[in-house]
Design a protein around this ligand. Structure first.
Ligand code: KE4
Length: 418
């Protein structure tokens, strides 16, 4: 890490890996297999971060390794159409038919950035509405924070983001339908963009009627409804948010799981919208490694193995872990709320269900930090931030869940001592 800090900002290639949210020295991973990872000092961890979501089958699943090994013998990249990208697109559309047409890119940031440009192009409007606590990658339009004033004009949340651009992104609290209504009726919006279940402010579910309300407001005001399912896709339900909540977005971004650990993301939706993307339309977006054969092979193998039965089995184990953890917190007398949807879960040290990011920030983050380190010392790797979601994989066995609960029970006892 000392040498890495001389090479990379913070010694990392993505900020959250530096453990800024929990303190202490980040570890360097050596390898992963199934539900476990090992660091370079030989310490073993049961992994509930799973590369921040992609590894729904666990680490180094045979089916993915074999698919990538086979495909790479024929070449690693062409910049020319291959049959694989069509196969993966059709596998995605079979489970998410609202992605009538789509375009592969290489990261969730690219997918969200492109979908915002498309929404602005097709509506002829400049303003976007996003929600505090939701993260859509690091494109300039999304690195904003709630500003002052009625319409909560966005202010840059990072140096380098021009105020003139940040102002075009409005923000309000997740689950606040009245605020959305007020904003959408005062400023013509190109899109209302959200994580249908928030995973980047901690795990926060929509209250009943919230998503349906957004759909109504979008229809009434001419804004597009955009679901950023980079994290929730193929995790919160077999068919993602549309299956879980029955609300149809106009455009969707996916990532993570659809690459099975290789760099893939995609944006797509209604055909008449996507046809506006170059080369059939004027909205420009491009990418050297878009549709990369190795990444397509990783995604195809992952989705192929993620049958409804496998998804349901992972969901059942996630439910058992969340219930077990809730019982442990109760035994230790700790304010605690946890929930899950499919194979995505999360918890807060707060006694009532968190409904928005302000409430998430009121949780006991000091206790979370102690719990994170006590868990890690006992071989359980949770996300190094109180404001992230956790995941489960097909490789986590019932015995792993039992072991995890025993270790976290002990960790909670230590963390509560302060
Ligand atoms: P990437 O550009 O990191 O592939 O995707 C950005 C993105 C977009 N939308 C959602 C809902 C996301 O969760 C993400 C990325 N998620 C974070 C985890 N909180 C990635 C981890 C990291 O930043 O290192």
């Amino acid at each position: 890490m000392a040498r890495s800090r001389a090479r990379f900002p913070g010694g990392v290639n993505s900020p959250v890996r530096a453990f800024g949210g929990v303190g202490g020295e980040p570890f360097v991973v050596a390898r992963g297999a199934g539900s476990r990872i090992w660091d370079v000092d030989g310490n073993e961890y049961l992994d509930y971060v799973l590369s921040w979501g992609p590894l729904v089958l666990g680490h180094a699943p045979r089916v993915v390794l074999e698919a990538v090994e086979r495909i790479m013998q024929q070449g690693t990249s062409f910049g020319i159409p291959t049959g694989l990208e069509l196969e993966l697109a059709e596998a995605i559309a079979a489970r998410m038919p609202h992605l009538e047409m789509m375009r592969f890119v290489s990261s969730g940031t690219e997918a969200a950035m492109s979908v915002a440009r498309l929404a602005r192009a097709v509506t002829g409007r400049d303003h976007l509405l996003k929600f505090e606590g939701c993260y859509h990658g690091h494109a300039d339009s999304f690195l904003v924070k709630a500003g002052s004033g009625v319409a909560t004009l966005g202010l840059p949340n990072s140096p380098g983001v021009p105020s003139a651009l940040a102002e075009l992104t409005l923000t309000c609290a997740f689950n606040d339908l009245e605020a959305v209504e007020r904003i959408a009726r005062s400023v013509p919006l190109a899109a209302i963009l959200l994580e249908p279940i928030v995973g980047n402010g901690g795990y926060i579910e929509p209250v009943p009627g919230f998503l349906e309300g957004l759909r109504r407001i979008a229809d009434e005001t001419g804004a597009l409804l955009v679901f950023d399912e980079v994290m929730t896709g193929f995790r919160i339900a077999f068919g993602g948010a549309r299956e879980r909540f029955g609300v149809n977005p106009d455009l969707t971004a996916l990532g993570k799981v659809i690459g099975g650990g290789l760099p893939v993301a995609v944006y797509g939706g209604r055909r008449e919208l996507m046809e506006r993307v170059a080369p059939t339309g004027p909205v420009y977006q491009a990418g050297t490694l878009s549709g990369n054969p190795l990444a397509m092979a990783g995604g195809l193998a992952t989705l192929g193995a993620l049958t409804r039965e496998v998804h349901d089995a992972i969901t059942a184990r996630t439910a058992r872990l969340v219930a077990g953890l809730t019982a442990i917190a109760s035994r230790h007398g700790v304010p605690f709320s946890a929930s899950h949807s499919g194979s995505m879960w999360g918890f807060f040290f707060r006694d009532t269900t968190v409904r928005n990011f302000d409430e998430a920030k009121q949780s006991d983050t000091a206790l979370f930090k102690r719990f994170f380190h006590a868990a890690r010392e006992r071989g359980v790797y949770l996300a190094p931030s109180a404001f992230e979601a956790a995941f489960m994989s097909a490789a986590h066995s019932d015995a792993d869940i039992d072991l995890t609960l025993a270790r976290l029970d002990d960790a909670m006892g230590v963390a509560v001592q302060g």
